[in-house]
Design a protein around this ligand. Structure first.
Ligand SMILES: Nc1ncnc2c1ncn2[C@@H]1O[C@H](COP(=O)(O)OP(=O)(O)O)[C@@H](O)[C@H]1O
Ligand SMILES: O=C(OP(=O)(O)O)[C@H](O)COP(=O)(O)O
Length: 421
């Protein structure tokens, strides 16, 4: 894992294993935030990607305690977001029993952590059931971090392996790293090394494709990315704020009202960089069985919502992407989970695969984007790399400090022997 120039290398899982972990308790932060449909996991990609680190530690005799989140609970237990189905799937993938704690740092988690023997794996309940995980108050987050460390015996360690969440300054991602010897897991190390190839001197034309539904997160990233790239193709739930900025009526589509002026400015400053759809597939409700039709963006009926980009836009985006030498894609072009709104995602993905076949370096980033590739039956090896992090990758590309990475670098600097007087 390449550390920023001049800073000591971040310690990795290999360093921890070389130290020896037998009998030691190791806290691991994984990103197991998988898509669910009625309690069923529709794509276990993140669980599969997280398994090597957990497996290596258990095989080496560590007592492994895994911290993870699922969705965005409002700081209290939500049965629909319990990690129970994740624990079952993780056990299947690891080929070993995975215990699920009934709480995060409560009596059950404590009792189970005290009862662990070498090689055991304990998954804590959804870490975001505790409001301190995502608190903006440092003291609150630090209190949860200390409670998590209390689950660990004296010679414990922390492994940061949840690449998809390293852009979040949260207790289990950032604050725990200040309290224990910390290491980058195999997934985090691999992802950062791949993304390091997506820099300013990447092959040109450099295209970024943005979609999905986390509009507020990603609109903020666009301002930083726009000057760095040759093309910004925008679809999914992202495009409607841009369309509204052009005075278009977007019906009941996803819309970030407070960002309309920002988008107006971006469209003015980067008119030749930013490309938004000219036709969309609209629906009279958010459902797989909704009535739908393809319309010009100028004809979105009141009360209807855009749930995919239209065929004309797919064709235009594909033409733009066909000459790209570097492509980063985060966010589906539509609600691909519903078959009738999946054509936009499939068409743009196929265009990226075609560009990759002609020598482009392409990265797909994001839980749902990666899931879309697999669920739409597209060849994963048609892309140069499929990343488990969408927002994390975007903020890395933006050049932002990722709290989950900076915490590792800070610890490495503090523990670097060269720093000794
Ligand atoms: N036009 C749209 N309206 C509402 N939701 C959308 C639209 N287009 C895509 N989505 C949703 O975006 C979600 C993924 O968004 P996001 O989490 O940002 O992607 P990723 O996980 O790849 O970063 C998908 O569940 C998809 O259904
Ligand atoms: O799904 C995730 O990010 P992504 O949607 O950017 O891929 C991560 O698990 C982070 O989740 P969050 O955006 O609720 O912090």
């Amino acid at each position: 894992m390449t550390a920023p120039a001049g800073s000591p290398p971040v310690r990795t899982l290999k360093d921890l294993l070389d130290e020896g972990v037998e009998g030691r308790t190791v806290l691991v932060r994984s990103d197991l935030n998988v898509p669910l449909d009625g309690g069923e996991i529709t794509d276990p990609g993140r669980i599969v990607a997280s398994a090597p680190t957990i497996s290596a530690l258990a095989e080496a005799g560590a007592k492994v305690i895994v911290m993870a989140h699922l969705g965005r609970p409002k700081g209290e237990p939500d049965p629909a977001l319990s990690l129970a189905p994740v624990a079952v799937k993780l056990g299947e993938v690891l080929g070993r029993n995975v215990q699920l704690a009934g709480d995060v740092v409560g009596q059950d988690a404590l009792a189970r952590s005290e009862g662990l023997t070498d090689g055991d794996v304990l998954l804590l309940e959804n870490i975001r059931f505790d409001p301190r995980e995502t608190s903006k108050d440092d003291a609150e987050r630090e209190a949860l971090a200390r409670a998590l460390v209390d689950l660990v015996d004296g010679d414990g360690a922390f492994v940061s392996d949840g690449f998809g969440v390293v852009h979040r300054k949260q207790a289990s991602v950032y604050d725990v790293a200040k309290l224990l010897p910390c290491y980058a897991g195999t997934l985090v190390a691999a992802e950062v090394d791949v993304l390091a190839r997506l820099t300013d001197n990447s092959g040109r034309p450099y295209a970024v494709v943005l979609g999905g539904s986390k509009v507020s997160d990603k609109l903020a990233v666009i301002e930083a990315l726009a000057p760095k790239v040759d093309t910004l193709v925008i679809g999914g739930g992202m495009c409607f704020t841009f369309l509204a900025a052009q005075g278009v009526s977007v019906g009941s589509s996803l819309l970030q009202e407070e960002m309309i002026d920002t988008c107006k400015g971006l469209l003015e400053r980067y008119a030749d960089v930013i490309h938004i759809p000219r036709d969309v597939v609209v629906a009279d409700s958010f459902s797989a069985e909704a009535e739908s039709k393809t319309v010009s963006v100028l004809d979105i009926p009141d009360g209807w919502m855009g749930l995919d980009i239209g065929p004309r836009s797919v064709k235009r985006f594909a033409a733009i992407l066909s000459s790209a030498k570097t492509v980063f894609w985060n966010g589906p072009m539509g609600v691909f989970e519903f078959e009738k709104f999946s054509a936009g995602t499939k068409g743009v993905a196929e265009a990226i695969i075609e560009a990759t076949g002609k020598g482009a370096f392409s990265v797909v980033g994001g839980g749902d984007s990666a899931a879309a590739v697999r669920l739409l039956g597209l060849p994963e090896d048609g892309f140069s790399h499929i990343s488990t992090g969408g927002g994390a990758s975007l903020e890395y590309l933006e050049g932002k400090t990722l709290p989950g990475i900076s915490a590792l670098e800070t610890r490495a600097a503090l523990e670097d022997p060269a720093q000794e007087d």
